[in-house]
Design a protein around this ligand. Structure first.
Ligand code: URA
Length: 231
C-alpha cells in the first residue's frame, strides 16, 4: 500500500505541493473513483490509477534503453549540454544512466532508478561484457589483435583484461570488453597505434541495442530483457 501523494511524486508529477494541488483538483481517480485526499492509501500494484482520464502504471523501478546520439552527455544534469535524461519522456524520480558513454559515442545507454542492478552491471568483479562497434583510422595488425586478445596495456601502465576482437573491415571492428575504464576503447586503439573515428555501443551483458531505435529514440526494456539482464 502506498500514499497517493508519494506515488505521484515518485512518478515525477512534481513537488509535494504540486502533487497536493493535482490531487485536490479532482483529476486523480483510483479504480474509477475520484480521490481528493493526498494521504489516501491504495494498492499501487493492483489498483487502477488514472490521472486526467489517462491510466497510469506505477512501478518502483524503471528500465529504459536509449540509442544515445552524439552531443548528449551520460549524466543526470549538465549546465551546457543535453543529457540522456532529456532524451526520454519518463519523469520518474531518481533515474540515472547506468555507466557512461563519451559525448561523441552513440548507441546503447541503459537508464534506470535501480541502484542494485546498476551496481551489479558496473562492478568490475562481475565482468559484464560490453560490445562496441568501432571505426578506426589505421588498420590493426595481427600483433595488435593478439595484444588486445591477451590483455593490452594502455597509457604505459594500465593493464586491460583480455578483449574479444572481431575484425569487420580494415577500418572497423567489434570489440568486446569486460570492464569499463575511462575512455577505454579509445585508449585501447591508441595503444594499437590507431585512433577511434566512430564508436557505438551495441550490447551490455545480454542486452542488445534494438535496431528499430533511431538515434535519440528510447523504449522500456521488455520483461524478458530485464530478466536475462538480472541473471
Ligand atoms: N570506451 C570509450 O573510449 N568511450 C566510450 O564512450 C565507451 C567506451
Amino acid at each position: 500500500m502506498m500514499r497517493i501523494d508519494k506515488c505521484l511524486a515518485h512518478l515525477g508529477y512534481g513537488t509535494r505541493k504540486d502533487v497536493k494541488k493535482i490531487i485536490r483538483s479532482g483529476i486523480v481517480s483510483i479504480n474509477g473513483v475520484i480521490c481528493t485526499k493526498e494521504d489516501f492509501k491504495f494498492d499501487e500494484e493492483n489498483d487502477e490509477l488514472s490521472i486526467d482520464g489517462v491510466n497510469v502504471l506505477y512501478s518502483k523501478y524503471v528500465y529504459i534503453m536509449l540509442n544515445k546520439p552524439q552531443g548528449v552527455i551520460s549524466a543526470t544534469e549538465d549546465g551546457l549540454h543535453e543529457t540522456v535524461l532529456n532524451c526520454i519522456q519518463d519523469s520518474t524520480k531518481g533515474l540515472f544512466p547506468v555507466g557512461r558513454l563519451d559525448i561523441d559515442t552513440e548507441g546503447l545507454c541503459l537508464i534506470s532508478n535501480d541502484g542494485q542492478l546498476a551496481h551489479d552491471l558496473l562492478s568490475p568483479k562481475k565482468h559484464v561484457a560490453k560490445t562496441y562497434y568501432v571505426e578506426i583510422s589505421n588498420p590493426l595488425t595481427s600483433e595488435h589483435i593478439k595484444l588486445l586478445e591477451s590483455g593490452i596495456t594502455i597509457d604505459g601502465d594500465e593493464l586491460c583484461k583480455p578483449a574479444n576482437v572481431k575484425i569487420l573491415t580494415d577500418n572497423s571492428l567489434e570489440l568486446t570488453i569486460m570492464e569499463g575504464k575511462f575512455h577505454q576503447v579509445k585508449r585501447m586503439m591508441i595503444a594499437c597505434d590507431s585512433e577511434v573515428t566512430y564508436l557505438k555501443r551495441l550490447t551490455i551483458g545480454s542486452l542488445v541495442l534494438d535496431s528499430e531505435l533511431e538515434l535519440g529514440e528510447w523504449r522500456y526494456l521488455t520483461d524478458q530483457e530485464l530478466e536475462s539482464l538480472k541473471q
